[in-house]
Design a protein around this ligand. Sequence first.
Ligand code: SF4
Length: 399
Amino acid sequence: MASKGRLVNVRRPEVMSQVREDVRRYQSELVDQIRADGGVLELPGLHLRLASAFGFCDGVKRAIEIAYATCRMFPERRIWLIGEIIHNPEVNARLDEMGLRHLPWRLDAPEYDSLLPEDVVIMPAFGVTIPMRRLLDEKGVVLVDSTCGNVIKVWQRVKTYAAAGITSIIHGKARHEESLATASQSRGADEKGNFVVVFDEADAQIVADYIQGRGDKAAFLAHFSHACSPGFDPDVHLQTIGIANQTTMLKSETAHIQSLLKAAVVARDGNDERFHMFDTICGATQDRQNALFELLEEPLDVMLIIGGYNSSNTTHLAHIAARKVPTFFVKAADCLESLACVRCFDLNLKQEVQQPFPEAVSDKARTLRVGVTAGASCPANVIEDVICRLIEMRDCLAL
Ligand code: SF4
């Protein structure tokens, strides 16, 4: 019989008192001060507004504390992390410096063969797939779980769907760790459940069309070849559907996808009895999106979105802002090289590009109005660095 991975709780009082000191590096007095001043920083030539909700969410804070606590508790052991604990380069670089090793999100990776029972493996905030968890159990390693409670709520929902024979339609990114884990949970331990991951409204429209008898089976399966359960048959598995979403998706898009699919079921059946939904976008994601909408009501010359380029919730913030104002999605202060050269993530090209700031930023004769926010995985010290770099570039203090 397979041996069982040993799940340990590293958040022990004696460890956490040290960890709280370790994670002070991610705090910022400047950011706290701006927040205390109503989210506004006024300097000569600069009016900076911070969103009312930004940066680290509770799930991310907890995951980072767990990673630090694991290092404190097992200083002599090999500690492995599956993928990244969260999607932030500063946090991940620091954990690498502390000696954490990485297990890829591919079960056939050779690193899994080298695992020893005394090794410690941290499961990230996004959770892991059922086969991954099974393999770790078989290896008998020490397991530390940092899966966010909001992700577990989504799992409970898709497991309920699977038990009732309902196919999960997951609004998410098919290759994002959280969606991979959720899709796996929607299969269930017996791997009989079914799912389709829809990325956007165009994907949802393909599903809606098929439900209403307007689809082509081969084209459907080709389109979702990497985003549906093995053996998926749209003729069978789209009869009764339940919606769930990756916790960090755009709320308005999820709402639209829900309406689209519900309308498709009603058009087919004359009622919505075979349509189920449950909004699983987490409160932290929602609060950051709402705070940004509120901030964008203000007149702004430019918006800075700070966070990792592979962070789903940060990318959505950048999409929201870019519709309204010139937006620069940067991961750290050193992206602000000069007024003429900002390294930022291009949402269409999906890569870092170099762009000049708009003219307003270099016009010292007027007060620049800048909005700032950061994704749920971005620490306050990185936000402070970006703000300080902006002040330096504008030379506000010398005005
Ligand atoms: S964004 Fe939401 S789901 Fe993700 S770690 Fe934070 S609280 Fe959890």
